[in-house]
Design a protein around this ligand. Structure first.
Ligand SMILES: [Fe+2]
Length: 399
């Protein structure tokens, strides 16, 4: 049996209309003034006001930071941290997608970092400044409004550095929320395309847990169940936005896929593509999956056969053959939501990069992400350069 490390999980409240419990949960933790971290789109969608009412009802004063941006840039996390301190808040409530939750997670930690921060990148996965002993004093409740990122249970925030033009993981176990409220009702208004992109991100999380060298019995227990739910229910949520069972299944699976732990190995490439070519997270990650599955054909052979059974493709044959069947099923699946393969998506975003430029652009950003170190066979050492290039070429050539 493989050894593993399972990070701390938050208190979870799951169910339709549970978001109204936010005020009482924060109050029960001893909060006396709250920083609400969200973005203007979530406010405009009308999702924040009813939750703020619950804070009023609980007698909990609050201030709002609504400067969250997609792919949270480092400066927004610093701004939110500054507001947390200057407003003397002792608790934080994140309301939104992964960007709002990651911004809040980072801000909570930044607010307590000792000394001059300088560049946040120095605290990233390949930096040297983050210490496991760093913690946060603010109590923290997170309410996701999408079903995908699972950011409410992860130990890292994905930060964008505009100067370096790359995304990196700002990671510390103490970021994890004290309480997470998953209310599928908040996702009902999501249009089909964001529904698909977020759901595919959750699918990536589940796939990456079982396709790779670091899978373990606990993570597999949750991850296969998540793949099964997402494979069945994402097309329903996509076609029928008001289907509450589909929304509930997706909200549950998105949370559990990240609660499963494991290493999101494909995300190092997804982040690199997303940052360089301005492609939304779930889309840039899912386009990596077919290549990831073929790359891990031998090391994850048994798990890939289980995936084949779930996806309804042949699970007999050599490990390589089955990996190709599963990779192809994933490719057809994400294209069924109208999403482009890598090259088409890049072109549509106005980039003319040929294959060689694509490969050379990606490699430094992939290697900057510590998750590139858990691919098997390895891709991160200098002697693996050919293998890493093959991974990038395979993604670019996918049709
Ligand atoms: Fe993700």
């Amino acid at each position: 049996m493989n050894s593993f490390e399972k990070y701390r999980l938050p208190h979870v409240v799951f169910g339709l209309n549970t978001a109204a419990q936010a005020g009482e949960k924060l109050k029960a933790m001893g909060g006396t003034k709250c920083l609400v971290v969200t973005d203007s789109g979530v406010i405009r969608a009308g999702l924040v006001a009813p939750i703020l009412e619950s804070l009023d009802k609980a007698g909990l004063p609050y201030v709002i930071y609504d400067g969250v941006l997609p792919n949270p840039p480092d400066y927004t996390c610093l701004e939110a941290a500054e507001k947390l301190k200057s407003e003397h808040c002792d608790c934080t409530l994140a309301i939104g997608g992964g960007s709002s939750i990651d911004t809040a997670k980072a801000a909570n930690l930044i607010a307590d970092l000792p000394g001059e921060i300088g560049s946040l990148h120095d605290y990233g996965g390949t930096g040297t400044k983050m210490k496991p002993s760093y913690g946060r004093t603010a109590k923290f409740v997170a309410i996701p409004t999408t079903a995908g990122t699972g950011a409410e249970v992860t130990v890292s925030a994905v930060i964008y550095d505009p100067k370096l033009n790359l995304k990196y993981s700002f990671m510390n176990e103490n970021m994890v929320a004290d309480c997470v409220i998953i209310d599928p009702m908040l996702t009902v208004g999501m249009p089909p395309r964001p529904t698909a992109v977020c759901g595919l991100d959750a699918l990536c999380h589940a796939l990456e847990v079982v396709v790779g060298a670091r899978q373990n019995d606990f993570s597999a227990l949750l991850a296969f169940d998540c793949v099964e739910r997402i494979w069945k229910w994402l097309p329903v949520a996509f076609r029928e936005p008001g289907n509450l069972e589909a929304r509930s299944q997706m909200a549950y699976a998105a949370n559990m896929a990240e609660s499963a732990g494991g290493a999101a190995n494909g995300h190092c490439v997804g982040h690199a593509i997303g940052a360089r070519y301005n492609i939304v997270h779930g889309h840039s990650c899912i386009m990596v999956m077919p290549t990831l599955i073929r790359h891990h054909a031998e090391v994850s052979a048994d798990n890939i056969r289980r995936l084949a059974d779930i996806m309804g493709v042949p699970s007999v044959g050599s490990a390589q053959e089955v990996a190709w069947y599963v990779a192809d099923a994933v490719l057809r699946y994400y294209k069924s939501f109208g999403l482009d393969t890598c090259r088409d998506a890049i072109r549509k975003n106005g980039f003319e990069d040929d294959e060689e430029t694509f490969v050379q652009n990606l490699i430094p950003a992939i290697l900057d992400d510590y998750k590139s170190r858990v691919w098997m066979p390895p891709i991160h050492r200098s002697e693996d350069r050919e293998r890493l290039e093959a991974v990038c070429r395979s993604i670019y050539e996918e049709e």
